[in-house]
Design a protein around this ligand. Structure first.
Ligand SMILES: Nc1nc2c(ncn2[C@@H]2O[C@H](COP(=O)(O)OP(=O)(O)OP(=O)(O)O)[C@@H](O)[C@H]2O)c(=O)[nH]1
Ligand SMILES: [Mg+2]
Length: 393
């Protein structure tokens, strides 16, 4: 499957940068293109300069709203982010359109954080406009939810997240929810942390996108998972997980390369289940798999480790976990390396974290209204007394 990736705002731009890096890896290691275009759009010129993998020119790093912001961002006001996106959308879409033949692309993926200003405001607006221009291509969103501490210190966080999520839900074909808090590693510094988090966010997409683009016969699975399967799976609130195991069998094969021990088969199935467990416990947002209406998994491993029992076992494990889901699956044999698994749960009827944001935002709006009324009446009070004071002007 081939994507055009557009990162909006700082967080979105950095994730898009990570997708550009992933595409270079796909090109150099596997000779294939999985990202046909990668763009960063921002109101902040400095953020755009901080990227490294996205081509360093104005056709790929697109500055918007510079007349309004002077190139310094929108300072968390996501309404302003939305307004600027609307005004400059033609410039962005024209640039995307002219850079590559859009027919080569299966879908768009727009990435942004929900808590900031530029990305949070722009993502739904850009999604809507892209959907109008490219009626036959799905437009997906990847939305990053803030760390817990950001919510505690900044009222605007809850408001931005709720308005961003609601607006995107109205227009995007599917929304990958990525909860920063679930990726946090307390020991490392923030910058290092964010880079690591971004790499982890993108990792599950590597094999997922490569599998359907594979042309070498020895890497074609018994069951190919291609772009059609992915498009059929993605709908509404979506979560993604990734699990992997170290290649344990390699020692045994080193000492007895031609003999396959009967235990290998059992241990391969166990490894697959272990990778699946890791993918479930590391899902990008906390959710209940029972609420998923669609699911997909792709297992990738050295060809000799993929067997019918493994696929059967994984399938029934997921069916038990998400009994209402239509499940699609595939295998992607490789020469060597670990066994890894990408899991997607989609069309979630409920995601607690999203629901909480909506509830908190409703409470916050009511609270702000009360506060505002208080302020207005005090001003009126001053205004009333001020008229009796002589002015020196
Ligand atoms: N995972 C991840 N989260 C990030 C990254 N950079 C910022 N964030 C999160 O994104 C939110 C802040 O949004 P930004 O993307 O910086 O905001 P913006 O879209 O550039 O908007 P303005 O700066 O207000 O114009 C916070 O919740 C951060 O924790 C990143 O590289 N990776
Ligand atoms: Mg910014």
């Amino acid at each position: 499957m081939k994507l055009v990736v557009v990162g909006l705002g700082q967080c979105g731009g950095r994730i898009a940068d990570e997708f550009a890096r992933m595409n270079s890896r796909a090109k150099s290691r596997r000779g294939m293109t999985i990202v046909t275009g990668c763009f960063a759009v921002n109101t902040d010129a400095a953020d755009l300069s901080g990227l490294s993998a996205i081509s360093n020119d104005h056709r790929h790093r697109i500055l918007i709203g510079s007349r309004k912001t002077g190139g310094h961002g929108v300072g968390k006001i996501n309404e302003l982010g939305a307004e600027i996106a609307r005004e400059d959308a033609d410039k962005v879409i024209q640039t995307i359109r002219s850079s590559r033949n859009p027919q080569e692309t299966d879908a768009f993926l727009l990435c942004a954080s929900a808590a900031g200003g530029t990305g949070s405001g722009a993502i739904s607006v850009m999604t809507q406009l892209l959907k109008e221009r490219y009626v036959d291509k799905p437009v997906y969103n990847l939305i990053v939810l803030p760390f817990d501490h950001e919510e505690a210190t900044e009222d605007r966080t809850v408001y931005n997240v709720a308005t961003c999520l609601k607006s995107s839900y109205l227009v995007a074909d599917a929304i990958f929810l990525i909860d920063n808090q679930r990726y946090i590693m307390k020991a490392s510094s923030i910058k290092h942390n964010l880079a690591r988090i971004n790499a982890q966010i993108v990792q599950p997409f590597f094999n997922l996108l490569c599998a359907g683009e594979e042309t070498k016969p020895r890497y074609i699975g018994a069951k190919i998972l291609d772009g059609g399967d992915i498009i059929q799976t993605l709908s509404g609130w979506t979560t993604v997980g990734y699990g992997h195991t170290i290649p344990l069998g390699f020692l045994r094969r080193m000492f007895a390369p031609d003999r396959r021990h009967f235990r290998d088969k059992a241990s391969e199935t166990a490894k697959g289940v272990q990778a699946l467990d890791e993918a479930i416990s590391g899902l990008s947002v906390k959710c209940n798999p029972l609420d998923a209406k669609r699911a997909l998994y792709l297992v990738s491993a050295p060809a000799r480790e993929i067997n019918v029992d493994l696929i059967k076992e994984l399938g029934s494990y997921i069916k038990n976990m998400a009994p209402e889901a239509t499940i699609r699956s595939g295998d992607y044999p490789r020469d060597k390396g670990d066994m890894n698994l990408t899991l997607i749960l989609s069309e979630m009827s409920d995601v607690e974290r999203v629901r909480n944001y909506f509830t908190k935002a409703i409470n916050l709006i009511a609270e702000l209204k009360k506060r505002q009324e208080g302020v207005v009446s005090t001003q009126r009070g001053i205004d009333i007394t001020i008229k009796d004071i002589p002015s020196l002007l």
